[in-house]
Design a protein around this ligand. Structure first.
Ligand SMILES: C[S@@+](CC[C@H](N)C(=O)[O-])C[C@H]1O[C@@H](n2cnc3c(N)ncnc32)[C@H](O)[C@@H]1O
Length: 271
């Protein structure tokens, strides 16, 4: 059985506002332009607690039904039960689907209108990405994948240690976990190439988090995870990590640290 890294509902809630600000609305316009009058069936892969549906559904005018795919029944169970409205004020229907992307069939999206995901591509394997692309191509459904990590991180003020932690973190993102090699920061490049090879049009945009002094809770949590993953990957960084984190936390408390975390959004559609 495939074992996946689990994500906590608390972390998804904490990052929710920064995600909503960062995702590309330009690429949503590209998507909307390619959808008919509906009713639409939208497949959300790695939906977690449903943040992508809450963000995207109101931006689409057509009536919609969403299928929320995730391997983790617990995270699916944390969905906010309050209604989501489409761009015309109609309630959007949704249904969960507990499944591993590694089991995705070629016909999984037949009859669907669009396939979307947010914060997913960097935590899947090349094989899972291929199954997704094959299923999109087979169904002819445009695909919008938001917020895959790009590996670029900028802290202001910056120090040489940032690069050491950043490089180790990116290696950690590409690690083999339970026999699965994760795409990490290569995800968008890999997926874009798969769609282009299938003859589809592809557009990408940078969609970083820009975290200022008002987002210090998210910055602190992100920093702890960033440094923790770097140390897990390169244990020799452990001796520097404590001092580094203490300094960064002091700067956060003094409102003198800003953090930019690189992400990339990608849309693909049949020509
Ligand atoms: C970082 S969370 C993003 C959740 C949500 N899309 C959001 O933006 O808040 C990634 C989600 O993908 C799911 N996931 C990761 N790998 C998966 C796989 N191979 N098959 C199915 N679900 C997967 C995880 O369970 C998790 O809920």
């Amino acid at each position: 059985m495939t074992v996946l890294a689990t994500v906590s509902a608390e972390w998804l809630t904490l990052r929710g506002e920064a995600d909503a600000r960062a995702r590309s609305r330009t690429l949503v316009d590209e998507l909307a332009h390619r959808l008919g009058d509906g009713p639409l069936i939208v497949h959300d892969l790695g939906s977690g607690s449903g943040a992508m549906m809450r963000w995207l559904a109101p931006q689409l005018r057509a009536p919609q039904r969403w299928v929320l795919h995730d391997a983790d029944p617990q995270i699916l169970g944390t969905r906010d039960p309050s209604p989501v409205l489409d761009g015309q004020g109609q309630v959007v229907g949704s249904q969960p689907s507990i499944e591993q992307l590694g089991d995705l069939g070629r016909d999984a999206f037949h009859g669907g209108s669009a396939v979307v995901a947010s914060a997913l591509l960097d935590v899947i394997t090349e094989n899972e990405a291929r199954l997704i692309v094959n299923a999109c191509v087979s169904a002819g459904t445009p695909a919008l994948f938001s917020l895959s990590v790009s590996g670029q991180v900028l802290l202001d003020p910056g120090y040489p240690a940032d690069e050491h932690f950043g490089a180790a973190f990116n290696d950690h993102q590409r690690r083999v976990a339970d026999g699965r090699r994760l795409l990490g920061p290569d995800a968008v490049r890999v997926v874009a190439r798969m769609f282009a090879t299938a003859g589809w049009s592809v557009r990408e945009l940078d969609t970083p988090w820009r975290l200022g002094p008002d987002e210090s809770t998210l910055s602190a949590e992100w920093l702890a995870g960033w440094v923790g993953a770097a140390v897990e990957q390169r244990p020799e960084l452990d001796s520097a990590a404590g001092r580094y984190l203490a300094l960064r936390r002091t700067q956060l408390a003094a409102r003198s640290l800003s953090v930019t975390v690189g992400h990339r959004d990608v849309i693909a559609w049949p020509q």
